[in-house]
Design a protein around this ligand. Structure first.
Ligand code: DGJ
Length: 719
């Protein structure tokens, strides 16, 4: 990995293990010259751009295009000056190359642990007329084929400026016949993989205007060569490390090139930048793979698992938990929870999570958010009493909170009716009978910090589920100036990040899991503070195949919360086998979300076995490399496997949703193994070479019934 600068040509060549990214300064503009397979270095490379060709701004591939001076495609930024004009011209002024990667002030970002892991290039641009200075930052990594980009705006002039658009990255790719791949959906139907051919002139945009990254669209797009597969084809991934309103677009222009851009959504956004002030954009993590979508995903997985997630749980095996939500909903008391914990301890469960309903007078979802004091009617011994009983059974204790919310029916709302996001004089739209606290305000965050730290420091809590169950409406703040009202959506996210930083660093021993009615905020921003996420409120094993498969396009398995729940399933009413429910949940961060006291003896034995298998294999699942074998978006079968980094072990899981009469004999072709190793298929005594397992495949058994699954463990046999 290195960044090479060629002074004569004005070329910056960023190299990682298998990838090059080249920028060339042309006519004072940073031009996007190349991104793809690694190129060798020459002493004098010559120009990457045809300087004799048409260099009009509307044709030139650019690194950070502006509006108003001849490029009519999507600009990366736009600034309003005091005179009302919206034209700026950023001209290249200089550069700096340094080892490592600096932190982004107040924002989550991938990081390095030593200077050798990455190098960072900073290009400095200036608009002479307004004094606006823009610093484009590019970090390139030794271990990952990725470039992390962000932008710093600095008002070095004398007039006040207003940012109308400030994207994190823009790349002009040299062709049009790409496929765009993204994750769309809804509550309970998250991460549905979408593929759309580009090719024809025009733009395709995905975005969130909901205040959080959303169930509807994940802040990620991939631009891929046509017909991209899991293992072959070129793909460019664009992932935004941000949890609020975002936009990602691909625009095919009239010259058959594709402008891809990504960042904070400029819809309803404007940011005042007074002289001397700076504005930092979130980070875009751009991954290149010439080995299909699988290669791209594995880069994101390794990078996000080891250099985005933080804290002591980053590298630790995650506990098997039981959550009482689908077991009891709001109807529980200490006795019931202890019974569940008792049953859990006999099954090998390690952590009991008390979900919603433990505070205020919350017998349903209409009340009490904000009143974070235990409900002594349900928990006479308080949280401490309950936690002691749970820990005495050998389980750890975890707690659900939803600290960004306030119920109008709460003591907190009586005291502070202006603490929620609202616009004075207008209706406050409730969703799930709740409003959103105004996290742009310091005193609101301080109150939540004090309240939660009071609980976390007095009760033996080792896990926290941080929920967020609605989108933002009437986005306005009582204490901000009229000019700042268009900043509140972003200030909310910055406030959330500040609070999370304080809490997670004050309580480093707590494992935090984020949740937003399931996967409504499953994004890299949240993973920086909380290494795992509740993937979806939909716990149906069949639906989960798609949700978990889609989520795995970007996010590491260690971040994907997956629980076995009761049948008929509470979301879709389907009855699936306990075996399949277990195998689906064991393909993520494993747990149970049902009443453990209700198992039959036969079910208890199955569950004990599931828990034991998961404990044995969880390192492989959580920290191994994921290979997707069969897609639930393409048929009746789904399969994936987890391979240890040294390729000596693998766990393979295969699902067949609907039974098939007189089915053909099938073989499952494995991936990611060492072709020359010999592997034993556990429990069968059969030993096969890695190449045979991958190219001929392993014979699948004839399965009976709907909702069937098999799990194989293979291990290298040393000669
Ligand atoms: C939504 C979450 O996704 C569920 O798991 C549960 O915690 C409920 N909220 C509780 O209100």
């Amino acid at each position: 990995m290195a960044i090479h600068y060629y002074d004569a040509e004005g070329i910056f060549h960023l190299q990682s293990q298998n990838m090059s990214y080249v920028i060339q300064i042309v006519n004072g503009f940073p031009v996007h010259a190349y991104w793809g397979k690694k190129l060798g270095l020459d002493d004098s490379p010559g120009s990457f751009i045809d300087l004799s060709g048409n260099l009009s701004l509307d044709r030139l591939p650019q690194e950070y295009p502006q509006y108003g001076s001849g490029d009519f495609r999507n600009p990366a930024y736009q600034v309003r000056l005091e005179d009302g004009s919206r034209i700026t011209e950023l001209v290249y002024e200089g550069y700096e190359i340094r080892d490592g990667k600096p932190e982004l002030c107040g924002l989550p970002a991938v990081y390095t642990e030593s200077g050798e892991e990455a190098q960072t290039l900073e290009l400095r641009l200036r608009d002479a007329y307004s004094g606006l200075v823009v610093k484009l930052s590019y970090s390139v990594f030794a271990q990952f084929d990725a470039v992390a980009r962000s932008v710093l705006f600095e008002n070095a002039g004398k007039q006040s400026l207003q940012l109308l658009r400030a994207l994190s990255a823009s790349v002009d790719l040299p062709a049009a016949d790409y496929e765009m791949i993204y994750l769309a959906g809804a509550w309970s139907r998250e991460a549905q993989l979408q593929r759309r051919p580009l090719g024809t002139q025009g733009g395709t945009t995905i975005e969130s205007r909901r205040g959080n990254s959303s169930h509807q669209m994940n802040p990620f797009i991939a631009i891929a060569s046509p017909g991209i597969g899991e293992d072959q084809g070129e793909v460019y991934g664009f992932s935004l490390v941000y949890s609020g309103n975002f936009v990602a677009s691909a625009e095919v222009d009239s010259f058959q090139s594709t402008r891809v851009s990504l960042g904070i959504n400029h819809f309803d956004f404007a940011w005042q930048l007074l002289p001397g002030q700076t504005f930092q954009t979130p980070e875009a993590v751009m991954v290149y793979s010439s080995e299909g979508l699988g290669g791209m995903s594995r880069t994101y997985h390794r990078m996000y698992r080891t250099r985005l997630c933080r804290g002591i749980y980053r590298d630790r095996e995650r506990p098997v938990l039981a959550n009482n939500w689908e077991a009891t909903y709001f109807d529980f008391n200490t006795e019931k929870l202890v019974q569940i914990a008792q049953a859990g301890s006999e099954l090998g469960i390690e952590l009991l999570v008390l979900d919603d309903g433990w505070f205020g007078k919350r017998d349903n979802d209409r009340t009490s958010l904000g009143d974070w004091t235990p409900d002594l009617r349900k928990l006479p011994g308080g949280l401490g009493g309950l936690a002691n009983e749970i820990t005495a059974l050998g389980l750890r204790f975890g707690l659900w909170v939803e600290p960004e919310m306030i119920s109008p029916e709460s003591e907190l709302y009586c005291k502070h009716p202006d603490w929620c996001l609202h616009v004075e004089g207008r209706r406050r739209s409730e969703a799930r009978w709740q409003l959103v606290l105004d996290y742009s305000r310091q005193e609101v965050r301080d109150y939540i910090y004090e309240t939660l730290s009071g609980i976390f420091s007095t009760v033996p809590i080792s896990y926290v589920k941080w929920d967020m169950n609605r989108n933002l409406t009437e986005i306005g703040s009582a204490t901000s100036s009229p000019e700042q009202q268009t900043e509140i959506a972003h200030r909310y996210v910055l406030g959330l990040y500040e609070l999370l930083e304080r809490l997670t660093s004050s309580f480093p021993d707590i494992l935090f899991e984020s949740c937003c009615s399931g996967g409504g905020r499953f994004d890299p921003g949240m993973l920086y503070y909380m290494p795992q996420t509740w993937t979806s409120d939909n716990t149906d094993a069949v639906d989960r195949l798609k949700i978990q498969f889609g989520t795995s396009l970007v996010y590491p398995v260690s971040s994907i919360g997956a629980h076995v729940s009761a049948v008929p399933n509470h979301q879709v009413g389907r009855i699936t086998s306990l075996k399949m429910r277990g195998d689906v949940a064991m393909s993520g961060n494993f747990g149970y979300e049902l009443d453990l006291t209700k198992f039959t003896d036969e079910e208890k034995e199955i569950v004990k076995e599931q828990v034991a298998v998961y404990k044995k294999e969880r390192k492989l699942v959580q920290q191994g490399d994921l290979y997707r074998l069969l897609s639930p978006f393409e048929g009746n079968e789904t399969s994936w496997m987890f391979v240890s980094p040294n390729q000596e072990e693998a766990l393979i899981v295969y699902f067949r949703v609907m039974a098939e009469a007189n089915a053909p004999g099938r073989r499952l072709r494995l991936k990611g193994l060492n072709p020359d190793f010999h592997y034993e298929i556990e429990g069968t005594g059969s030993v096969m070479r890695g190449d045979r397992l991958m190219y001929q495949g392993v014979a699948l058994p004839q399965l009976q019934g709907d909702y069937a699954s098999v799990m194989y463990k293979i291990k290298v046999v040393h000669p």
